[in-house]
Write a new protein. Structure first.
Length: 357
């Protein structure tokens, strides 16, 4: 018998807004100027929160920090495409998404100080706590998305991760389960090129993350992750597919981690400065501002006003963060179980007795 083709797949890449601020009008979404301005303002705010956190860590006022500089467009595009009932299932670098979903900045900072209260997120924000174990959050997002599908809820769980998380078995198990059971889940991979010191090319023989979707029987799309409009369009499409019962999508945002992996890392030991500079020229904030300026919708005066206002907001976040009362040792038992198991309840009582003045 002759060989026959049983499957062929094509992986597309979406880009709308070029680094110089020019727009592909055939692909561009019809967005109100106010929404474009909101996108830009959100990116500026996230970057200032990020910059302040780096300073706090260097001053010894925070334990560590994983910067998202360079990935603002990816997170803003996804956040603004999500509906109010959708859930974020974050890795440890989704500060922007958490802020845009309503998580107070001082709790984001508290998490990185090692304060358990930074992981005690109000369900009203529809965000799970950040997952530090790499890739584990993908399975959690599938659980949520499967529950939404079984209950007929018009909600979607967004599984966030970096390219490094796609090298974990959890990721492949999550994609397979989600595809088979049509979970209302969108896998949002911000491929920032580096899994700590391991480049993407050393993690896989695939040319992209998105192309792996075909092996699991679900749609995959790569977008320019520094293009907020492309991310917004792709995210809106993937979210609607999942919400309407069409199943999950693997969405890869091609971007770059401009800073070290965390403040415990030194990326200068393994990254070529020329590579970093090349990506700096694709700064997501700069390209959107160029578009706004070309349309006459932005000015130096408006920029100065925004940055002054955001600086005040960030100062307020820092004040609230440092005004938190000291955490208690027993906090580590709280916010883990709906009902604390008896053996942990006994341990909590014993610890409380031990530390009582």
């Amino acid at each position: 018998m002759p060989r026959t083709v049983i499957h062929q797949a094509t992986t597309e890449r979406l880009a709308i807004l070029a680094p110089d601020g020019t727009l592909d009008s055939a692909l561009a979404p019809d967005l109100e100027p106010a929404l474009l301005a909101r996108m830009y303002e959100a990116m500026v705010r996230i970057r200032q929160v990020d910059d302040k956190a780096l300073k706090l860590q260097r001053q010894g006022r925070m334990g560590t920090w994983g910067s998202l500089r360079g990935q603002e467009a990816a997170q803003v595009g996804m956040a603004l495409a999500m509906g109010p009932d959708d859930w974020v299932v974050p890795s440890f670098r989704e500060h922007g998404l958490l802020l845009l979903r309503g998580v107070p900045g001082h709790l984001v900072y508290a998490f990185w100080k090692g304060d358990e209260r930074g992981a005690a997120l109000d369900p009203a924000w529809h965000c799970l706590p950040p997952a530090v174990p790499v890739g584990s959050q993908h399975l959690h997002a599938v659980g949520l998305g499967w529950a939404f599908a079984r209950r007929g809820q018009p909600a979607v769980a967004v599984a966030c991760g970096g390219d490094g998380s796609t090298s974990e078995g959890d990721f492949h198990e999550a994609l397979n389960f989600a595809a088979v059971f049509r979970a209302r889940t969108v896998f949002f991979i911000q491929n920032n090129q580096w899994a700590i010191s391991v480049p993407f090319r050393s993690q896989t023989a695939s040319t992209s993350v998105a192309e792996r979707a075909a092996g699991f029987g679900l749609p995959g799309l790569q977008v320019d992750g520094n293009d907020v409009l492309a991310v917004f369009v792709a995210a809106r499409e993937a979210l609607e597919r999942a919400r309407s019962g069409g199943g999950p999508t693997l969405l890869e945002a091609l971007t770059y981690r401009m800073q070290d992996h965390t403040t415990a890392d030194d990326a200068g030991r393994y990254r070529d400065p020329a590579e970093v500079q090349a990506w700096a020229e694709r700064d997501p904030l700069v390209r959107l501002r160029r578009l706004l300026e070309a349309r006459g919708e932005w000015s130096d005066g408006r920029e100065a006003e925004l940055r002054e206002r955001v600086a005040g907001e960030v100062d307020g976040i820092v004040a609230a963060f440092e005004a938190l009362p000291p955490p208690q040792p027993t906090d580590l038992f709280d916010h883990v179980y709906a009902e604390l198991p008896w053996h942990l309840a006994e341990q909590r009582a014993a610890l409380e007795q031990e530390v009582r003045p």
